[in-house]
Structure formats: C-alpha cells, structure tokens
Write a protein that binds this ligand. Structure first.
Ligand code: GDP
Length: 460
C-alpha cells in the first residue's frame, strides 16, 4: 500500500444500540486519526482508556478503549487503530463524523478491510472465503469447517501442490532449454511425470468427497413430499417450531416450496415443504408442483408423507424420486387411525414406492406423537452424512472447478507420456500451476475478487 492509498474507517461491530461498538481505522493516516481523536498514541497492542474528542471543537464524545496496531502486524497489514466505544447511535455517529473530517480518511466499503488484508498477503483467497463462511456460519459443524479453511486448510495444500508442480515444470524446462548440453541428464521428464501422477491422485482424493464440504455450507436438503393434505406443512412447522408454512384443511394450498433452515445437533439441514404433488388444472398450482418436483429432485433425503387415515394412495407415475436420495416413509395422522382403517390403508398408502423406502415412521404431526424419534433420526442421518467432512478440502464450487481443471491439465500431461513432446508437457504443467495459483489468489484474479468481497459487510 502506498501513502496515497486512502485510510478507511467503519463500525466493525453489530447493529447499535449495544453495550460496545468497535470502530476500526486502517491505512497510512490511521495513527494521525487516532491521535487527533484521543490526543496521544497508545502503546502498540495495549488497551488504553482514553477520552475521545471531536478534533474540531474539542468536545468529549465518549470515553473508550483505544488500541494501536502499527503495520505490518495488524489484521490488514496496514496501520490500524481501533476504538471500543459505548455502543449508542449518537456516540457512533459522532465518532464516524469526526473521522470523516480527518484528511485522507473515508468510510470503508463492504469487505474493504479484508480486501486490504488479502492484498497485503495476510490472507489468501481461500482464507478470505473461510472468513466469510465463519461469519455466516449458523451451526457448529459449519463453524468448524469455516475455521479450518480460514486457517489455510485448502489454501496451504493448494500452495504446496503448486510448488511441487513448479519443481516438476522446472525439470521439463531444463530438459527443453539445455537439450544439447551433455551434462544435463536425459531422464528429467520421467521424475516430472512421476510427481504429476502423485499430485493427480491427491487431487482425485480431494474431489471424491461427493460435494459434502459444499453441502455443509448450504445444509443437507430434506424434502417433505406426499399427497395434498397429508400434513406436510404441519410437520414442517413442528420441526421448525414456528409458523413457517400455511397449514390449511383444504387440499392444494401450499402452492410454493417453503424452506426452513434447521440446526440438528450442530448440522445444518434445509427442510423443504413441497406443494401437494397431484395433477391439477390450475396453472398456479401446476407451477407449484413443477417447482416442488425440481427442488425435491435435488434433495438428499425425501420424507414421503401419507395420511394413514385416508383412503387411496398416489399413482406411482406422479412421484419423481431423486435418483440418489434416501426415502423415509412417514405415516401421518396416526391419532385418527383405528385398527380397521389402518389395516385397510396399509397396502394402498405404501405400495407406490415400497422398493425405495429406507425407513418407516408412524407419526402424528399435529399431536407430536413420534416427532422426537423422527427428529433424532434426522440428526443422526445428518451427523453420519457430514462425518466425512471433517477433512473436506473443497467447500465451494469455485474450488471444485479449479481442482477439476488442474486434474484435466495433469491428465493431458500424463497422456503425453515419457516419449511425449516436452513443450506440450511443460505447457500443461504450467496451466495446472496457474490454476492452483488462481485458487489461492496468487495470480490473475481481479475478475473473481469483486464477487468474493462484495458478500462481506462494511467494517469487515
Ligand atoms: P399438506 O397439504 O400436506 O401440507 O397438509 P397440512 O399440513 O396443511 O395439513 C392438512 C390438514 O391435516 C390440516 O387440517 C392439519 O391440521 C391436519 N393434520 C396434519 N397432521 C395431522 C395429524 O397428525 N393428525 C390430525 N388429526 N390432523 C392432522
């Protein structure tokens, strides 16, 4: 950062009013700004109690803890000043106003502090993403994954891979550049390809986690499906413990897909209530059915709900089971079932999908009977599903695409084989290294930076 770079400031803590508000200042004028507000420079990295004054008229705005982190040992890598103020609206407004009048200082844009940390080499791009995920994490499993990424789990691995690739590339290039010289060994391509093969295997392992790291960010998708009026919305509300879906005694009123995010024993689960799956002449309802089927088609688990007290089932042709999903059958409204109706409906209600049913539950969504057992089963299913993510490297589609590209380039290089053209092998190894560099943000990433940083809030 040059000294012409603007000094930025922002409220970095949550929405006021609150007990404490943290205002951060970063950039070449941060020291001058701090001195203008509190009258002196605190010892580096030591909390100091100080009166904060408006530099223009000397009026005391608040008493605060002031902190001073001289570059480069700060979060952004620049000079950073931090004030821990009382978290009132007027206090914060007064301090931000005073800062805006100091020369060279302006309000920060969303993600600008983190962007500076990235530009000063404090965080690589995957770590920036980990930080964004940590702030967005809603469950403990998401938090753990985000924290691992913030601490460089994938970034460090990608960088180590890139170094190994560059070493392999150097061997091939030495062979090309000094082909005529007698003291350069002939067999440089073979060790380079051996290194590429090892790397290819490690990348294949990272890609083989079936997208579970990515799923952990978004949540396991559980779709509640079944005929209208079976009690799907009632179940969703009971599991979500709030009125998220409209419960109606008339068939076909849940016209859209309603989703709620649940934290089940620390794992994120997105629960979808799909519109009544049935043939309909009403175009609005048909659209609801289409969306329901599309969302349910991407589900990891389908809860197929039927009304155990009703007569008749659903024709198999109307049911679109997601190919890879597990299916649990839920016989609902068990409170209405007498021994005779139960016997009569057993075959009709369950027949369509018998071969796909992995587990069966008998519940009453309205009285709550059997719901605890179902919730426990869902939590263990999520825990088992995500157990492999403890070591997941790939947490975003961006990572997956990059690693797939690297694998393809390595395959091309390996396809050349030892007798292949050295120039072509070198080109593919170089492409693979460049792609890894883009993953961590070391090379050529301007276009993706804006996308990543705009998701941050101001003050981060
Ligand atoms: P959906 O169309 O599948 O979403 O069904 P709803 O959740 O809207 O429920 C349809 C009707 O069945 C409503 O009147 C609910 O109160 C009722 N209902 C849902 N679950 C139960 C249950 O377990 N027992 C009884 N007796 N009624 C239920």
């Amino acid at each position: 950062m040059t000294s012409t770079c603007p000094t930025i400031f922002a409220l970095s803590s949550g929405r006021p009013p609150a007990a404490i508000a943290v205002v951060r200042v970063s950039g070449p004028h941060a020291g001058a700004a701090l001195k203008a507000l509190v009258g002196r420079m605190p010892q580096p990295r030591q909390a100091t109690l100080a009166r904060v004054r408006d530099p223009q008229n000397g009026e005391v705005i608040d008493e605060a803890l002031a902190l001073w982190f001289p570059a480069p040992h700060s979060e952004t890598g620049e000079d950073v000043a931090e004030l821990q103020l009382h978290g009132g609206q007027a206090v914060i407004a007064g301090v931000l106003e005073a800062l805006s009048k100091i020369e060279g200082c302006r309000m920060a844009e969303p993600g600008e502090f983190t962007r500076r940390a990235f530009e000063n080499g404090k965080l690589d791009l995957t770590e920036v993403e980990g930080l964004a995920d940590l702030i967005a994490a809603e469950t403990q499993a998401q938090r753990r994954q985000a924290f691992r990424q913030l601490k460089g789990l994938i970034g460090d691995r990608a960088e180590a891979w890139r170094r190994r690739l560059i070493e392999a590339l150097a061997l091939v290039e030495a062979r090309i550049d000094f082909a005529d010289e007698s003291d350069v060994p002939e067999n440089l391509v073979e060790p380079a390809l051996r290194a590429a093969r090892g790397l290819r295997e490690e990348i294949a392992q990272s890609l083989a986690d079936a997208g579970r790291g990515e799923r952990l960010r978004d949540g396991l998708v559980v779709a509640i499906a079944g005929p209208p009026n079976a009690g799907k919305s009632t179940l969703l509300n009971r599991l979500a413990r709030r009125e998220a879906a409209i419960v109606s005694p008339f068939p076909g009123t849940t016209r859209d897909v309603i989703e709620v995010h649940l934290d089940l024993a620390g794992y994120p689960v997105t629960l979808l209530d799909t519109a009544g799956i049935r043939a309909s002449a009403d175009p609005v309802e048909r659209e609801g059915v289409r969306r329901a089927q599309a969302r349910a088609a991407a589900a990891d688990l389908v809860l197929w709900m039927t009304d155990a007290s009703a007569i008749g089932g659903v024709a198999e042709s109307q049911v679109h089971w997601p190919p890879g999903a597990e299916v649990w059958s839920l016989a609902n409204k068990i409170d209405l079932v007498t021994r005779t109706t139960s016997a009569r409906n057993e075959s009709e209600n369950r027949a369509p999908a018998k071969q796909r049913i992995n587990r069966s539950f008998t519940i009453s969504a309205s009285t709550g009977r059997g719901i605890d057992g179902l919730a426990t089963a869902l939590a263990s299913y999520a825990a088992a599903y995500f157990s492999a993510t403890e070591s997941a490297l790939v947490t975003r589609a961006r990572h997956r695409r990059a690693l797939e590209e690297v694998a393809a380039a390595l395959d091309r290089a390996l396809g050349q084989g030892e007798g292949g053209r050295e120039e072509l092998i070198a080109e593919d190894l170089r492409a693979a290294a460049t792609t890894l560099g883009r993953l961590t943000g070391r090379v050529d990433v301007e276009d993706i930076l804006d996308v990543i940083f705009r998701d941050f809030c101001i003050g981060k």
